[in-house]
Write a protein that binds this ligand. Structure first.
Ligand SMILES: NC(=O)C1=CN([C@@H]2O[C@H](COP(=O)(O)OP(=O)(O)OC[C@H]3O[C@@H](n4cnc5c(N)ncnc54)[C@H](O)[C@@H]3O)[C@@H](O)[C@H]2O)C=CC1
Ligand SMILES: O=C(O)C1=N[C@H](C(=O)O)C[C@H](O)C1
Length: 246
């Protein structure tokens, strides 16, 4: 069966890569490639729409897609708990519709987050450094925020409190942002794509988990898997780890 796919953000860095990937997949048909200002009526034939747009635009796009019974695969960042709650409420009257949101579609990034969650109960002290290209709008990255939440959840489940930190005097930002008691440091440089290091410290040792996306094609197997899977998964799924059954 061929799946009709639409892309939102099609003229952006990720959207353009998704357009190429969909066009190269024999079981998918690109029916619309839209960007800001285009008429969404062109999505009428799409069964699944992939959204790589902007945190300020994605909720409005999802409202349109749900209202028009179109499944969605979302890579756009900016999903807080309250946004996810709003989305669940939006989906309630449409029980057969699927929305998959993944802060990172690269297999290695998903594995790195899972390994970090496994390590978290053994190390009370953890910090994250995420490094991206300097055209990225949001900081910290969606991946780093998701990783921090996974570490916090693993700590809570194991009854491990965050480790000691003697910092009493600091320049604003010197110790990074705090996401659920995990420090997150954001680096922005031309030349980078998407990189994350999760550092754990214990008695006499450290553990570093690092993932590098060197090219945006790294996200494509995950995006295409999401397009195929979302049709079989009604409701809201957050994280590619659920689709990969890790
Ligand atoms: N989940 C993942 O694996 C990944 C997620 N991202 C995220 O994807 C998003 C986009 O990233 P990039 O492609 O680098 O950004 P970009 O700025 O290159 O592209 C975004 C595109 O969306 C368009 N756009 C904005 N509002 C729109 C709307 N309402 N409807 C349709 N198009 C709209 C813009 O005109 C632009 O062409 C960001 O939130 C980024 O963090 C990026 C890489 C991987
Ligand atoms: O903007 C990007 O480029 C990326 N955004 C996502 C994020 O914020 O985590 C995924 C990946 O890191 C690339």
């Amino acid at each position: 069966m061929t799946i009709n796919v639409g892309v939102l953000g099609a003229r952006g860095r990720m959207g353009a890569t998704v357009v190429n990937a969909v066009e190269g997949a024999s079981d998918l048909k690109l029916v619309a490639a839209l960007d800001a200002g285009d008429d969404f009526a062109a999505l009428a034939d799409a069964q699944v729409v992939v959204d790589f747009t902007h945190p300020d635009a994605v909720m409005g796009n999802l409202e349109y897609l749900v209202e028009h019974d179109i499944h969605a695969v979302v890579g756009t960042t900016g999903f807080s708990d309250s946004r996810l709650a709003d989305l669940r409420a939006l989906l309630e009257p449409k029980p057969s519709l699927g929305v998959l949101i993944a802060p990172n579609f690269a297999l290695g990034a998903v594995l790195a987050m899972r390994f970090a969650a496994q390590a978290a109960k053994f190390y009370a002290s953890a910090e994250i450094i995420e490094l991206h290209h300097n055209r990225k709008a949001d900081a910290p990255s969606g991946t780093a925020a998701h990783t921090a939440r996974m570490i916090a959840a693993a700590r809570a489940e194991a009854g491990v409190a965050p480790g000691p930190d003697a910092t009493t005097s600091e320049l604003d930002g010197a110790r990074g942002a705090t996401v659920e008691e995990v420090r997150v440091h954001s680096v922005r440089l031309p030349g980078l794509v998407a990189h994350e290091e999760i550092l754990f410290g214990g008695e006499g040792e450290t553990l570093t988990i690092r993932h590098d996306s060197l090219d945006r094609t790294s996200f494509m197997p995950g995006v295409l898997l999401g397009v195929r899977e979302v049709l079989k998964r009604p409701g809201l799924t957050v994280g590619l780890e659920n689709v990969l059954d890790l």
